[in-house]
Design a binder for this molecule. Structure first.
Ligand code: CDT
Length: 320
């Protein structure tokens, strides 16, 4: 708690980090691991446990399949489905919420098309889905790149989320969601900040080896903290970042799950690269210390000076 700060609206949040999930691991085996973390969260007083991006399967975009539908078994066509229902039932029984990332395969739309999204849901203490978010910023590539040690074909396996960054009233506050690469973009946080977000939940799978520029490999942990700490501070919000870390199918991924205060300080951080629960009491009233002072948007922002941010996509250097 900040010095001199009195406890206000407090949400006890657990970040349920996962270690690797291999290609042949069943949904039932993964859900058993999630249940272990959920029950530990309940014992440690959590209101909510946050799980990683694509928490039910291995990170399958690392393989390129010419027939995209041949990977449909990695997607969920119902939520809850038969394998995930025990998670919803146990959460309801314990009176604890959760946030879960998974690959979503929609029902056919009016044109008969099914859509694939990288999705995250927020489930309330009564087991009801309170919110759904579909990943906006899809990193990686669309085509097979056979020379790479491993693929990152998210842009092949998923459509970009069409709904943008919403926020929802839940757990006594204003909650937003983002997924992995979204956390690197300041616009992600600011769009939610402009809706009064107090708690942003984010799952991630971040390979430590960045194929396009390996000089960044050693900086993965630094960049992970840098973006979430600055996003939290500049928008006066809590940020919860939760990894699927460790060596999965031979690919080492960043762990270092963390819970960041509106001050930008890390208040809890995972120590391992495996299944691990970290917990923090998040006082949502702490956000006002920042959004009501230095980052009083209504008083200090100059949106008329920022029009390029929405009128332009790429950088366009010009001669001075
Ligand atoms: N899952 C995901 O978005 N991962 C990306 C990896 C870097 S882009 C190949 C990330 O931003 O962490």
């Amino acid at each position: 708690m900040a010095p001199g700060h009195t406890a206000g609206r407090t949400v006890v949040v657990g970040a349920g980090q996962l270690g690797p999930i291999e290609r042949d691991h069943t949904r039932e085996a993964v859900v058993a691991r999630l249940l272990t973390l959920l029950r530990e969260g309940s014992e440690r007083g959590c209101d909510l446990v946050v799980f990683p991006e694509l928490a039910l399967t291995t990170f399958f975009p690392r393989w390129f399949e010419n027939d995209v539908a041949s990977f449909d078994h990695f997607y969920e066509s119902a939520m809850p489905g038969p394998a995930t229902l025990p998670l919803f039932d146990e959460a309801k029984r314990l009176g604890i919420g959760f946030c879960l990332g998974y690959a979503e395969l929609t029902d056919p739309d009016s044109s008969g098309d099914r859509h694939r999204y990288n999705t995250q849901i927020l489930v309330e203490r009564d087991g009801a889905i309170a919110a759904k978010y579909r990943k906006v910023h899809l990193p990686g590539h669309e085509e097979n790149e056979p020379d790479r040690a491993f693929q990152h074909a998210e842009r092949y396996y998923f459509e970009p989320g069409p709904d943008g960054f919403g926020v929802w009233r839940a757990f006594g506050g204003v909650v937003g969601m983002m997924i992995c690469n979204d956390r690197r973009w300041p616009e992600t946080y600011r769009v939610m900040g402009l809706q009064g977000v107090e708690l942003i939940l984010c799952g991630y799978n971040t390979p430590i080896h960045y194929v396009p520029d390996p000089s960044q490999d050693i900086l993965q942990g630094f960049h992970n903290a840098l973006v979430m700490q600055s996003g939290a501070y500049q928008n006066g919000t809590w940020v919860v970042g939760v990894a699927k870390g460790g060596v999965e199918a031979g690919v080492d991924s960043l762990a270092q799950s963390m819970i960041v205060a509106p001050s930008g300080q890390i208040v809890a951080q995972a120590l391992t690269t495996g299944d691990e629960l970290i917990v923090a009491s998040c006082d949502l009233d702490w956000c006002r210390r920042y959004t009501g002072t230095l980052f009083d948007f209504q008083r200090y922002r100059r949106p008329e000076m920022y029009t390029r941010i929405t009128s332009q996509r790429g950088a366009s250097p010009r001669e001075l």
